[in-house]
Design a binder for this molecule. Structure first.
Ligand code: PXP
Length: 239
């Protein structure tokens, strides 16, 4: 069965709306873990619009499962990861104006930098994954630069307008998985996954880990974060 990391960025977004100290994403992480989450994901953005340095530092001390830090390859971020040493870093592209991570990382266009970053993070014992569209070149470069895993971008699937389009995007994910596995990479997936669309994605064999945020936190507002986490785990494990 695939594992679930809950992305708790939105909890910090609520806190930052009033620049106060609640709700604390650290408390949310505890609740997710109590409900069975296999990991906690946070994105430390350059503008610190939600998760702050303090959150990553405290989460590193308190998360008992796995802490997955999403970040761009900017030098400031790499230095923070080297210092805090999360269990896993997922490298993402970052644009200041975007609402959420929009595309995949261009590994091919930044191969040299990626290679250096992977080496530095490995030296600290951190697993490295790249968030990429399921494109052969991006997958191969991730493997060539020494990454441990790739997170295949499921946004195209999530945005599919009809069943035919959805099937096409699922096939692209399956093809990406095959290439990644043949390169020796672990395969993760995420972005735009919801209680309604997780079924078909979870049915794809070989996807080891899902990173899901918006949909779980949106449901948590109404039913509580433990129940929201449990319901997603149930859907992932049903297939
Ligand atoms: N994976 C990555 C790399 C992301 O950047 C995000 C969004 O922060 C997610 C997964 C989760 O996406 P969503 O919030 O749409 O579930």
């Amino acid at each position: 069965m695939a594992l679930l990391n809950v992305n708790i960025d939105h909890v910090a977004t609520i806190r930052q709306a009033r620049l106060t100290d609640e709700p604390d994403p650290v408390w949310a992480a505890v609740q997710c873990e109590l409900a069975g989450a296999n990991g906690i994901t946070v994105h430390l953005r350059q503008d610190r619009r939600h998760i702050c340095d303090r959150d990553v530092i405290v989460l590193k001390e308190t998360v008992a499962s796995k802490l997955n830090l999403e970040m761009c390859m900017d030098e400031e971020m790499v230095k923070i990861a080297e210092k805090i040493k999360p269990d896993q870093v997922t490298l993402v592209p970052e644009k200041r104006q975007e609402l959420t991570t929009e595309g995949g990382l261009d590994c091919a266009g930044q191969k040299k930098r990626l290679e250096q970053v992977v080496k530095r993070l490995h030296k600290k014992g951190i697993l490295v994954s790249t968030f990429i569209v399921p494109d052969e070149e991006q997958i191969c470069v991730s493997a060539e630069t020494g990454c441990d895993a790739v997170e295949l971008h499921t946004g195209m699937y999530a945005n599919a307008k009809n069943d035919k389009q959805a099937e096409k995007t699922l096939n692209a994910i399956r093809d990406g998985r095959d290439i990644a596995v043949s390169c020796g990479l672990i395969v993760h997936a995420g972005h735009g996954l919801t209680y309604r669309n997780i079924g078909a994605a979870a049915a794809i064999e070989g996807l080891c880990e899902f990173n899901i945020g918006h949909s779980i936190i949106a449901r948590a507002v109404l039913v509580g974060i433990q129940q929201a986490t449990r319901e997603m785990i149930e859907l992932i494990s049903k297939v």
